[in-house]
Design a protein around this ligand. Structure first.
Ligand SMILES: [Zn+2]
Length: 535
C-alpha cells in the first residue's frame, strides 16, 4: 500500500514559465498547494498532481513570471496622488472646467480639489488655465491643479486667498507668482517654489482619507504585478491605517515596512520587530536619511557641485549616525541608509565597518537607498560589506535629463552616477524600485529604463539582470531569498501572468506589457478579466 499522494490545490499549465531560478530557468507548468509552490516542470510532470479538488488553469501559451518586488515605494503618498483628478486627457480649458465642476458638485465647501496632468501645449487654447477659469468651475472649494511636469500649477481665487497671495506678495526665491501685467493681480499660475505657498496650506489627510489612499495604492500595486512592496518611511498614522485594512481583509501585496529610525521605539510599540502584524506584513528595516536630494543640491559630496560652492550636507553628525546604527542593530532591523552623495556613502560605509560584528552576528542586510554619486572605491567597499544598492531606474533618467547631471556634476562624476552594470559586475546586490509617487510605479517602465538608458550606455543592464533587480535581488535585500523572488518548489506562490513574454519583445516595447493576473500566496488577487467586467 503506497502513501496517499499529495494533490495540488491549483495547477497552471500550458504556459511559458520564466522562473529566474538558475537550476531550471524555464518550465511549462506550476503546481501550487496552499500558499506554496509544490512543483515546477513540464505539463506531464505536473499532471500527476491533479486530484478531484484541484483547480486547473490553462495558460494557453501565456508567460508566467515571479511576482515583482518594488524595493522602494511610498505607499500612502502614492495613494494620495491616485485620489487626485487626472487631467491628462483634457483637450481644452473648457474640458478642465467641466471635469472640475462635476467633481466639486456636492463636496463640502472647505474640501480641497487637487488635480494634475494638464499641459497647455496640448490644449486648443494654447495657454494655461487661470484662477478666473477655475472660479467658474469651483468657486467655493480651494482648487490646485498641477501641470504634468510638477513644479508648476494653477490655483483658484479661494486658494490664493487662503495662501494670502496678493498683488503685493514678493516673489519667492527660485519661484514665480505670475501676475497680470496691467493690474499686477496674481493670475493663479505659480512656478517652482511659489507652488509651495499653496501646497503648505492643504490640510494633512485624515485617517479615513489615508485608509482610502492606501486602498487605492494597494489595488494599483497588484494591477502592476507587484506582489511585495518595501514601504519606505510610513508615519505612525499610516501604520495604524494599515492595521485597519488588515481587519477589512482587503487583497494586498506583502508589505515590508522600512520605518524612520528616529522613532524606532514608537513604531516597535505598534508592530514588534520580532513578530509581525500579520504574516504578510513585516517590519524589516529602519531608515536613516543621511543626506538630502541630489536635484536640490543637498546630497553630500566630497567636492562641491559645479557652478557653485555648496557640497550638499549631511543631515546628522557621525556620532548621531552611530547612535542610530546601534539602535537599529539592537532591534535586529536592517540598516537602511539613504545616501545619495559620495561623502554620505563614505560615512555610511565607515559606520557599517564599525558595526560589522553586530551586523554579522544578527545576520542583518544593510542597504543604501539611492546611491547616486558613487566612486569605484565605494563600490568595492559596498561589495566587501555586503551592502545592497537600492536603485530606481527612472530616477537615473530624471537626474540626467531633468536635473542635467552632466552640467551639475561634470563628466568625471556623472560617469559614476548610478552605475548599474558596474555594481552588478562587482557582485553588489542591486534591488529595483519605483520611488512612487516621485516616479511611475509601473515596474515594466522601470525595467525598460534600466535596459535602455541613454546616458553611459556601458551601464545598461540586460533584461534578465533588470528582472532580477525587481525579484530575487529585492527579496535578498530583506533576507527573503528563500521565500520569494523566483518560481521554485517550496517558495511562496507569488507570480504573475503577462500579456507578452518580455524576453521576446524589443526593449522599447517593454512598457506595453500588461499584467493579466497577479497571485500572492497561491491566491488570485488581481485578474484583468475580472477588472474588465467590473468597470
Ligand atoms: Zn523615496
Amino acid at each position: 500500500m503506497g502513501r496517499k499522494p499529495t494533490h495540488a490545490s491549483l495547477i497552471l499549465k500550458n504556459g511559458k514559465v520564466a522562473t529566474l531560478s538558475k537550476q531550471r530557468p524555464t518550465a511549462e507548468a506550476i503546481a501550487i498547494l496552499g500558499d506554496r509552490i509544490l512543483r515546477v516542470g513540464s505539463n506531464s510532470e505536473v499532471n500527476t498532481l491533479i486530484g478531484d479538488k484541484t483547480r486547473v488553469i490553462d495558460l494557453k501559451g501565456k508567460t508566467v513570471l515571479p511576482g515583482l518586488i518594488d524595493a522602494h515605494v511610498h505607499i500612502a503618498d502614492f495613494g494620495r496622488t491616485l485620489s487626485w483628478i487626472n487631467l491628462r486627457r483634457a483637450k481644452s480649458i473648457e474640458d478642465i472646467k467641466t471635469i472640475i465642476k462635476i467633481y466639486a458638485a456636492g463636496k463640502p465647501k472647505e474640501r480641497w480639489i487637487i488635480g494634475y496632468g494638464w499641459d497647455e501645449s496640448r490644449l486648443i487654447d494654447k495657454r494655461p488655465p487661470r484662477a478666473r477659469d477655475l472660479d467658474e468651475a469651483s468657486p467655493e472649494n480651494p482648487t490646485i491643479l498641477y501641470h504634468h511636469i510638477g513644479r508648476k500649477c494653477v490655483v483658484n481665487t479661494k486658494a490664493l486667498k487662503i495662501a494670502n497671495i496678493t498683488a503685493k506678495t514678493e516673489q519667492p526665491p527660485d519661484g514665480e507668482i505670475e501676475k497680470d501685467p496691467e493690474s499686477s493681480e496674481p493670475t493663479g499660475v505659480l512656478h517652482g517654489n511659489a507652488t509651495d505657498l499653496v501646497w503648505r496650506k492643504i490640510p494633512q489627510p485624515s485617517e479615513d482619507e489615508i485608509i482610502e489612499h492606501l486602498e487605492l495604492a494597494l489595488r494599483k500595486v497588484l494591477e502592476y504585478g507587484i506582489t511585495t512592496v518595501h514601504w519606505i518611511a510610513p508615519s505612525l498614522t499610516e501604520l495604524n491605517a494599515i492595521k485597519k485594512l488588515v481587519e477589512k481583509r482587503l487583497y494586498m501585496p506583502r508589505i515590508r515596512i522600512i520605518m524612520p529610525a528616529n522613532y524606532i521605539s514608537e513604531i516597535t510599540h505598534v508592530i514588534p520587530p520580532t513578530s509581525s502584524l500579520d504574516s504578510d506584513i513585516k517590519l524589516t528595516g529602519a531608515i536613516v536619511f543621511v543626506d538630502g536630494a541630489l536635484a536640490a543640491r543637498k546630497a553630500a559630496l566630497t567636492e562641491p557641485y559645479n557652478n557653485g560652492t555648496t557640497s550638499g550636507q549631511l543631515l546628522y553628525t557621525e556620532e548621531e549616525i552611530n547612535r542610530f546604527m546601534h539602535e537599529i542593530c539592537r532591534s535586529k532591523l536592517q540598516p537602511v541608509m539613504h545616501a545619495m552623495g559620495d561623502k554620505a556613502m563614505e560615512i555610511v560605509l565607515e559606520t557599517l565597518e564599525k558595526f560589522a560584528h553586530e551586523i554579522r552576528q544578527n545576520n542583518l542586510r544593510p542597504r543604501i537607498e539611492q546611491p547616486a554619486v558613487t566612486r569605484p572605491e565605494l563600490i568595492r567597499r559596498m561589495k566587501d560589506f555586503n551592502v545592497s544598492a537600492s536603485i530606481q531606474p527612472l530616477c537615473i533618467i530624471t537626474e540626467f535629463k531633468v536635473w542635467s547631471a552632466m552640467e551639475n556634476l561634470g563628466p568625471r562624476r556623472a560617469r559614476w552616477l548610478y552605475p548599474l552594470k558596474t555594481l552588478i559586475f562587482n557582485d553588489v546586490n542591486v534591488c529595483g524600485g519605483s520611488d512612487a509617487p516621485m516616479e511611475p510605479i509601473n515596474p515594466f517602465t522601470q525595467i525598460k529604463a534600466a535596459v535602455t538608458r541613454q546616458y553611459y550606455f556601458e551601464e545598461r543592464v540586460t533584461l534578465e539582470e533588470a528582472f532580477r533587480m525587481y525579484t530575487v535581488n529585492a527579496a535578498y535585500a530583506v533576507g527573503e531569498e528563500n521565500l520569494l523572488g523566483t518560481i521554485e518548489e517550496g517558495k511562496l506562490a507569488d507570480l504573475i501572468v503577462v500579456s507578452t513574454n518580455p524576453l521576446e519583445v524589443t526593449p522599447e516595447s517593454l512598457d506595453n506589457i500588461k499584467v493579466e493576473m497577479t497571485m500572492v500566496g497561491g491566491r488570485i488577487v488581481y485578474s484583468e478579466e475580472e477588472a474588465r467586467n467590473l468597470y
